[in-house]
Design a binder for this molecule. Structure first.
Ligand SMILES: CC(C)(COP(=O)(O)OP(=O)(O)OC[C@H]1O[C@@H](n2cnc3c(N)ncnc32)[C@H](O)[C@@H]1OP(=O)(O)O)[C@@H](O)C(=O)NCCC(=O)NCCS
Length: 294
């Protein structure tokens, strides 16, 4: 599948054929605040992930940034999403990271790549990569990733009785069995993911009601490139998607992401909350929208 296939199909995940296609074509982006040493902003190219190498690159960034409990933020209340979702991850990740094993050798690396590829192929998600040319080899190096869902995914969840039957009854059972029998074999705990997703759905429904929106499901910069403008460049690009359609974008923030999103005009609208194994997990839910939308 090429980027063009994805973009020109009427049912594509972007949910609109009028969508400005150049948004997710490779483009140079503007430099961030001038005068910053080591800034990557002006060197970064943003593109849709299409090849296996792309999905491998973004999976590596995902695993490095969300490796497991107690490796990042430890305050449960502030870092709820990260902490809760980290519990779902393969239990040996932190030890492997500490021992210096590349994520490409972790037991759940391949399944992470194939899960993300499947989501992109199903057109339920969009994966963007931000890359630069490696200084030594001149080859493409992926430095940041974004995972988004679009109004098309939202439309698919509109509540007709037939859809309710499929989405609330059939899919969870089929997915549940599939995940537990096949995917859970890599150590991922889908029980935790189900609990988290249910709360995410509740809050998003509460905040957005029937209105269409984009969601930023995951966003991360390679640890070796953080603080150099790559995050900002990619986020500005992501914001272009809802901006084009004059609709908002919602996200569930980690503690590490919170100041970054505040800097980039996201506002807290609610908090997600989950009780799991007698512990409380909370996280800020933030929305970005065009100032003209009020
Ligand atoms: C949060 C994250 C995405 C930011 O990306 P980045 O490339 O490091 O950030 P940038 O260098 O582009 O910074 C952009 C702006 O945000 C601000 N910012 C970024 N991280 C910040 C932090 N921790 N505290 C305060 N401000 C921050 C910067 O000051 C900068 O503003 P400026 O250009 O006006 O100075 C990145 O650090 C990351 O991947 N963190 C771990 C994963 C994670 O938690 N992701 C969020 C999931 S919800």
């Amino acid at each position: 599948m090429t980027a063009d296939d994805t973009l020109t199909t009427p049912t594509n995940v972007l949910g609109s054929t009028s969508f400005t296609q150049s948004r997710i074509q490779p483009t140079a982006v503007e430099a961030p605040a001038p005068g910053k040493p080591n800034s990557l902003g002006s060197l970064v190219r943003i593109a849709l992930c299409t090849t296996t190498a792309d999905f491998e690159g973004i999976a590596e960034i995902e695993l490095l940034n969300f490796p497991g409990p107690n490796t990042h933020d430890t305050t449960v209340t502030e870092a709820g999403t990260l902490h809760l979702m980290s519990l779902a991850a393969h239990p040996f990740r932190p030890a492997l990271l500490e021992k210096g094993f590349s994520p490409r050798l972790w037991p759940d690396y391949r399944t992470t790549v194939s899960r993300r590829q499947k989501m992109a192929a199903d057109r339920t998600s969009i994966f963007l990569k931000a890359s630069v040319d490696d200084e030594e080899t001149g080859k493409e190096r992926i430095v940041a990733m974004a995972w988004l869902t679009s109004p098309a995914a939202y439309k698919a969840s509109q509540r007709t009785w037939i859809h309710l039957l499929k989405s609330e009854l059939l899919h969870p059972v089929v997915d549940g069995v599939w995940n537990r029998v096949f995917d859970q074999a890599d150590g991922t705990d889908f029980g935790i993911i189900d609990v988290y997703k249910k709360e995410v759905r509740r809050v998003r429904n509460n905040v957005m009601g029937d209105k269409p929106y984009f969601a930023l499901e995951m966003f991360a910069v390679h640890p070796s490139c953080q603080g150099r403008g790559a995050g900002r460049a990619l986020l500005q690009h992501c914001i272009g998607l809802p901006a084009d359609q004059k609709i908002p974008m919602i996200l569930e923030s980690t503690a590490a992401g919170y100041p970054f999103y505040v800097t980039n005009a996201f506002k807290v609208v609610e908090r997600g909350h989950v009780e799991y194994c007698r512990k409380s997990y909370e996280w800020p839910v933030m929305v970005w929208k065009l100032s003209t939308l009020g």
